[in-house]
Unconditional design. Structure first.
Length: 572
């Protein structure tokens, strides 16, 4: 506890951003529990009665996949001096950066799970589990480890975005929960169920496409949105260079940066109203027992807000923190059973000013000891890129190509460097055939030849060479890159084009929906604004409400965002 300079009392560490993922929120809650137990352990009050863990946070805390993160947090919290309250914000930044590294960075080699908890996090989860999981706000369970899908659980109020309808649905003990889930550490998630297998793909060397007939492609739409099926997110890959100079696409292992549970609302039948950043999807799967399957997405920073399974099955939904891909596991299914999943994805709204960040300060976004694959440039790749930038001026290449390379080198801010790299890759052609004798990566880099699957690895390699995290994403008959301007905290996609094709799109039968003009994120901000305003007992509140009703929507949004960004005293 401490007094701020303005006299308001603060009783807990600074909160993480509202848009942070579940694992980050759980780590923050865990830190609160450690601080409370250290400060008030003599009172007999349980930390969870003050800083209550939600269902999703509790299950995230229990996942053995995430335990290396909490063990590392244990070490840092144990050495932390809680009395130096003015350093709390800096300490939270320090421990939250733990999650930026892969789990293996903190894993103890050869350590096996045992029945006895080895960290405070496991002890906390073990204690909650032994008491039946009945901490404040706990809900009942239908079967161990599965979310119960009941058609009457959540109702989509007319004209209200799904996220708001889910939040307003009545729940046991007055809590709002989208689903019920068991507090049990012997779940299929850890040991029994099979996560999607890690795969390696080799690029084909067919780059000469210009003088051929157009490819005939059939693409099935999954989302009722304007996005091209080629820009869907089906799988995420690392880009590597083998000893022969050839390019490999290696899928990231699920859970490498932790997993989190997702608790969607039940998507009702009939017409639904979506928020502005929400999209409706339908995906058909042939599923097998004890195996997770990917659900396609649209954005790296999104979550599934509502979901309906046909036929009705118990399921468990998890999200890979690094790739942003969702995976679903069904119970009591036969092999090769056909399942249709209707779901709503919602893009997380983030604010970033990193586009104008100087390229010279990019290293400040990276943490010492980072072990992220998306920041890694292998030695063979680094040698080839260094040779490329040192030798292009004297090489036999077109002058406009040389100018594109100079633009990459001379960029002063990240946005300009990304634009220059993208421009270089978009200028690939399909006129030359690769001849064996030189490495394929070198051929692509120097000759600017190839389709989307050839352009994307060069984009990723150039970004990483200049310290910009990047990775490859597969869509429907398409490969494209994603890059990060803030050290891997958020991601943006870039469509580099490719070989032309004649595409036939198949439209599935989407359920009726209306796209609302309002944003569910803005709705949450507005609710918080009015709550703060009303609780302030402001004497001018009636006049203020009348005045606000006359303000245009744009000015109201600006006023709301300004109000939320201000530091509101604790008594509000």
């Amino acid at each position: 506890m401490w007094l701020r300079p303005n006299g308001w009392l603060r009783v807990s560490p600074p909160k993480p951003k509202d848009a942070d993922d579940i694992l980050t929120q759980t780590l923050y809650r865990y830190w609160q529990h450690c601080w409370f137990d250290h400060r008030f352990n003599q009172t007999g009050v349980e930390a969870n009665t003050v800083f209550t863990l939600t269902d999703a946070q509790k299950q995230t805390l229990e996942m053995s996949t995430n335990q290396p993160y909490f063990r590392e947090a244990d070490k840092q919290i144990s050495a932390w001096d809680a009395n130096k309250v003015f350093l709390w914000p800096a300490f939270w930044q320090k421990i939250s950066r733990i999650l930026s590294n892969p789990v293996r960075h903190y894993s103890c080699s050869g350590r096996k799970r045992s029945d006895s908890p080895s960290s405070d996090a496991e002890a906390m989860a073990h204690k909650l589990t032994k008491t039946g999981g009945q901490y404040p706000g706990a809900v009942s369970v239908k079967y161990p480890g599965a979310v119960s899908v009941n058609s009457g659980d959540t109702h989509n109020a007319p004209g209200k975005p799904l996220s708001e309808a889910a939040q307003s649905a009545p729940r046991e003990n007055g809590k709002t929960e989208a689903a019920t889930i068991c507090a049990n550490d012997t779940l299929p998630l850890d040991n029994q169920a099979e996560l999607p297998a890690k795969t390696t793909h080799y690029l084909d060397v067919d780059t000469a496409y210009e003088h051929r007939a157009l490819r005939q492609l059939v693409m099935r739409k999954i989302f009722a949105s304007r996005e091209s099926p080629g820009m869907y997110r089906l799988e995420v890959f690392d880009v590597a260079l083998n000893n022969q100079g050839n390019v490999e696409l290696r899928s990231f292992s699920p859970g490498a940066h932790g997993l989190e549970l997702v608790f969607p609302a039940t998507l009702p039948d009939g017409e639904v109203t979506l928020g502005r950043e929400q999209s409706l999807g339908v995906h058909c799967l042939r599923v097998h027992k004890d195996k997770y399957f990917y659900l396609p997405g649209l954005n790296p920073d999104e979550t599934i807000r509502a979901l309906r399974i046909k036929p009705s099955l118990d399921y468990r939904l998890i999200k890979d923190r690094y790739t942003g891909l969702h995976m679903v596991l069904f119970s009591n299914v036969g092999d090769d059973q056909e399942v249709t999943v209707n779901y709503v994805v919602e893009k997380r709204v983030t604010e970033s000013s990193c586009e104008k960040t100087s390229v010279d300060t990019l290293d400040l976004l990276q943490q010492s000891g980072d072990a992220r694959l998306d920041c890694t440039v292998s030695e063979p790749m680094k040698l080839q890129l260094t040779e490329f930038f040192n030798g292009f001026a004297a090489a036999d290449m077109a002058e406009n190509q040389k100018e594109q390379i100079r633009c990459i080198q001379s960029a002063k801010i990240l946005k300009d460097r990304i634009a220059a790299i993208a421009e270089y890759c978009k200028n690939f052609k399909g006129s030359e055939k690769y001849e064996s004798g030189e490495g394929f990566f070198r051929f692509l880099l120097w000759r600017q030849q190839g389709k989307c699957q050839h352009r994307t690895p060069i984009f990723v390699a150039l970004c990483r060479y200049f310290g910009i995290p990047a990775r490859a994403v597969s869509g429907n008959y398409h490969l494209y890159p994603e890059y990060s301007l803030d050290g891997g905290m958020s991601w943006k996609s870039e469509d580099l084009g490719g070989a032309p094709a004649q595409v036939k799109r198949i439209e599935p039968g989407f359920q009726p929906f209306r796209q609302g003009s309002g944003s569910s994120t803005e709705s949450r901000i507005l609710r918080r604004f009015w709550k703060v305003l009303i609780q302030s007992n402001c004497s001018a509140l009636p006049k203020l409400m009348v005045g606000v009703s006359k303000i245009c929507t744009k000015l109201l949004r600006q006023a709301v965002h300004y109000q939320i960004k201000r530091q509101v005293p604790a008594r509000w």
